[in-house]
Design a protein around this ligand. Structure first.
Ligand code: GLP
Length: 254
């Protein structure tokens, strides 16, 4: 593991955006795995800024997002399709035909999930998968327990997750869809490189569990420790409950 601890959420976002930009520059046809959530907003803002300044070209980038709510169409402002347009795609020169998210409004969800896996495979696999972490320890929407060989599928969302994500639904957890389509833990582990980013004091407990607790389907983020090439970028607040031994291995950019 490469663990980078930045001073605050802003510098953590800058470090993550730099790493993503480097990955884009390292391939003729880069394939990115993208994530959603508040943590990613600062990262996407920096990528958009780099594009505007002429230093980052998305024209050859293919992207696959982790997940989408079931029942929401791409035009729904609460959907992750909309989020990606709103926070990144409309600001950069990515070819929209090369951007992919699972379709939560599909009539046959199982067929949609199988097709998504096939599309990822056809693209040659994901070079860098960006990950956040949910309160339940999920990556994507892999709620506990999610075995490490799971593939893209329909899952039931935890109550804690629906509470965490209620802000986009008028603050009402009951308005958050009960189901989502998500890449599986196995799908995520197939990416050639993983980048997990967490910021803020509310993430400190689950970050420590994921990075230092048992590697278990009960905390799907712990699975990243089985990967041979993964980077974790934290800020001081989200790193606050890590042990001295883990902190000693971190690269600190204060
Ligand atoms: C959602 C996404 C996850 C993401 C999580 C964290 O649940 N499905 O992929 O990691 O949000 O969200 P935030 O960054 O808002 O804390």
């Amino acid at each position: 593991m490469k663990l980078i601890i930045e001073n605050d959420a802003g510098t953590a976002a800058t470090a993550a955006a730099q790493l993503i930009a480097e990955e884009i520059g390292a391939h003729d046809t880069p394939v990115l795995g993208l994530a959603t959530g508040r943590t990613m907003e600062g990262i996407y803002a920096r990528l958009a800024q780099a594009h505007e300044q002429g230093t980052l070209d998305f024209s050859c980038v293919t992207s696959f997002n982790l997940d989408e709510y079931v029942g929401l169409s791409a035009e729904d402002p609460r959907s992750y399709h909309y989020y990606m347009q709103d926070h990144l795609f409309r600001f950069v020169n990515i070819d929209l035909h090369r951007t992919h998210l699972p379709d939560g409004a599909a009539t046959d969800l199982d067929a949609e999930c199988a097709a998504y896996e096939a599309q990822i495979a056809r693209s040659g696999g994901i070079d860098l998968q960006l990950l956040g972490i949910g309160d339940t320890g999920h990556i994507g929407f892999n709620e506990p327990p999610s075995s490490f060989d799971t593939r893209t599928r329909c899952v039931e969302l935890d109550e804690a997750t629906r509470e965490q994500n209620a802000a986009m639904f008028g603050g009402d957890p009951n308005a958050v869809p009960h189901e989502a389509l998500t890449m599986g833990v196995g799908t995520i582990l197939d990416a050639r490189r993983l980048l997990l980013v967490a910021t803020g004091p509310a993430k400190a407990g689950i970050v420590a569990k994921a990075l230092e607790g048992p590697i278990t389907p009960e905390v799907s983020a712990s699975a990243i420790r089985l990967h041979k090439n993964y980077v974790v970028i934290l800020d001081e607040a989200s790193a606050a409950e890590l042990s001295p031994a883990t902190l000693a291995r971190a690269q600190r950019n204060a």
